[in-house]
Each structure stands twice: as structure tokens, then as C-alpha cells.
Design a protein around this ligand. Structure first.
Ligand code: ADP
Ligand code: MG
Length: 308
């Protein structure tokens, strides 16, 4: 497999804060890779190192086999970057900014640009200083998706966009992927990552704690099974793959390890099934396995979607 991004043992400290603590990340050519973690986990620091905007203290980072720090000028022709808080040249219009960014990146598809302006419902004639936060994001997104590049580095790019525009964003990522572009999408929004990414790396306190396809991650997780039975079921409470079992008459509800699913379904079938639902674990549940304690301690409610 061809790695577009590879970091090995990456360390970045800010004074006493260790933002990256031997981070290993690998993104393969052509994939859309989710980079998931709450605020402060180290997502932006990683991306800034990859952009050559920060120098790491230890370890290695490679972009297209090059060094993001030394080869920045060459590498930036092949990538587009969208941060979560886009700053624009105050005196340039959105359109001028998009074209300028396009030239820096070695080319822009003008027809694509015009199509994207329409889809994102962005007026390119306003000056940078007069755009709202959401419109500044749109300027950067149009510039990124219209650029003829191999890699998109998107760092919480949809912050400030309304849900309708979030849907346009999702389509654009899929189109970029269909063109063979590699995408690194950092996010703390599960649904976005779940909808777009083949592989996901979960970052916690500057370390990757889990990486793999969603299917692989689900394999190590539990499905939620709810059944209405015809007769009482016996023996489920003794099964080591069954958790949080609740039996209320003929209603049964439990979490089941993927490996135990066939056993459990067989036992339910013996009792006779009048109704059954089985939900695979969501990315959110997988994520909470790594973060549940921390989020509980910080008082952040589950499914929090704000912040930057
Ligand atoms: P994320 O993007 O996942 O929210 P960041 O990479 O922005 O996380 O931050 C990781 C850690 O590094 C945080 O503790 C943050 O406060 C710290 N940090 C990031 N940038 C700086 C900086 N320029 N100066 C000092 N500390 C920083
Ligand atoms: Mg960040």
C-alpha cells in the first residue's frame, strides 16, 4: 500500500504541554481517512506538522515520501488545506482569494469553481472582511475542492456551516474521493466521519488509540439486540458474550459481542421470536469506549457537536 501520509513517533511539545506523544498515523493513497478526537486531542497540531507550519520535536513525518518541513514549497502544490477557522485577506474578494489559492496550488478548475460557488451558495464578490464565519469556510472549501491536488487536509472544515451545507460538503468529499484524491478529515462529529471515511484513526492525548476500518472497529464491539419472544429464554445470563441483559417477561434486551451473535440468536430462536432488532455499534459507541471516562469527568454531554 502506498502511504500518502506517514508519521512515526511524532512528538510535539508546547512548553509543558505534550500535544503529540509519539503519534503514528498512516493514510493510504486514495482513501478518505477520519481523524477523530475531541478538542485538545492533537488533531490540528498533527495537521500543522504535516503542513510544515510547525516543526516536530521528535519522530518523523512524511508527505508523499517528502519532508513536510524541508519540502514544503513542492508539497503544497499537491495539497489543499481547510482549517476550522478560516482567515481571509481582508481586502480581497472571495473570488480573488479562491483564484489566488488556486495559483499557489498549481491550478484550479474554473468550471468546477463556478459550480461549487453555486452549490455552496457563495457570493464571490464580497471582500474577505465582510464574510461571516460560515462564508469564510465556504471560500476555503470552494478553493480546496476546485484545486487540482492529490491530497485534501481538512481540519474540522464544517464548523460554522449549516446542515444543508454540511450535506453539500459530504457530496464534495465523495466526489474528490471518486477522482482518486486522498482525504484526511479531522472531526469530532461522528456522523460526518461515519458517512465519509473508510478508515478512522482515533486520537487521544496526542496518541492514536485505535485505527482501522469501521467494519474492523465494529467487529470488536457489541451490537444491541432487542427481542420479543414467544416463550421465556434461558441461559443468556450465563453467556460471557452477553452484557447488560434485561429481561421483562417476554421482552429481552442485551448487548452482544460480535463473536457471540450467532449463539445468542440461536438461543432466541429456540424460544421463538415474535420480533427482533439488532443494531450494530455506532462509531460513537466505539469512540466512547476510549473517551467515556474523560467526557464524563469533563461534563461534556455525549454527541456534543459544537466547539472548535
Ligand atoms: P485539537 O485540534 O485536537 O483540538 P490541538 O492540536 O489544537 O488539538 O491541541 C493539542 C494540545 O496542544 C492542546 O492541549 C492545546 O492546548 C495545545 N496547543 C496547541 N497549539 C498550541 C500552541 N500554539 N501553543 C500552546 N499550546 C498549544
Ligand atoms: Mg483542532
Amino acid at each position: 500500500m502506498n502511504a500518502v501520509i506517514r508519521t512515526e513517533g511524532l512528538v510535539k511539545r508546547f512548553g509543558h504541554v505534550t500535544a503529540l506523544d509519539r503519534l503514528d498515523l498512516e493514510v493510504t493513497q486514495g482513501e478518505t481517512h477520519g481523524f477523530l478526537g475531541p478538542n485538545g486531542a492533537g488533531k490540528s497540531t498533527t495537521i500543522r506538522v504535516l503542513l510544515g507550519m510547525l516543526r516536530s520535536d521528535e519522530g518523523r513525518a512524511e508527505l508523499f515520501g517528502g519532508d513536510p518541513w524541508k519540502d514544503a514549497a513542492e508539497l503544497h502544490k499537491r495539497l489543499a488545506y481547510v482549517p476550522g477557522d478560516v482567515a481571509l485577506w481582508p481586502g480581497l474578494t472571495g473570488g480573488e482569494t479562491i483564484d489566488l489559492l488556486g495559483r499557489l496550488r498549481g491550478g484550479i478548475d474554473k468550471a468546477k469553481r463556478d459550480e461549487l460557488l453555486e452549490r455552496f451558495d457563495l457570493d464571490p464578490r464580497k471582500k474577505g472582511r465582510s464574510y461571516s464565519k460560515g462564508n469564510r469556510q465556504k471560500v476555503a472549501l470552494v478553493a480546496a475542492f476546485a484545486a487540482d491536488v492529490d491530497l485534501l487536509l481538512l481540519d474540522e472544515p464544517t464548523s460554522g456551516l449549516d446542515p444543508l451545507m454540511g450535506a453539500v460538503f459530504n457530496e464534495c468529499v465523495k466526489e474528490a474521493s471518486a477522482l482518486g484524491r486522498t482525504v484526511l478529515l479531522s472531526s469530532h462529529i461522528m456522523s460526518e466521519v461515519e458517512a465519509l471515511c473508510e478508515r478512522v484513526s482515533i486520537i487521544r492525548k496526542g496518541v492514536i488509540v485505535e485505527t482501522g476500518t469501521l467494519a474492523e472497529m465494529r467487529h470488536f464491539s457489541r451490537s444491541r439486540v432487542r427481542a420479543t419472544l414467544k416463550n421465556p429464554v434461558r441461559g443468556l445470563e450465563d453467556h460471557e458474550g452477553v452484557h447488560d441483559l434485561k429481561v421483562d417477561g417476554l421482552e429481552v434486551e442485551c448487548s452482544v459481542d460480535t463473536a457471540a451473535l450467532d449463539d445468542v440468536l440461536a438461543q432466541l430462536a429456540v424460544a421463538g421470536v415474535a420480533g427482533l432488532t439488532c443494531e450494530p455499534p455506532s462509531l460513537e459507541e466505539i469512540f466512547l469506549r476510549f473517551y467515556g471516562d474523560e467526557l464524563a469527568a469533563s461534563g461534556v454531554p455525549n454527541g456534543e457537536e459544537n466547539g472548535s
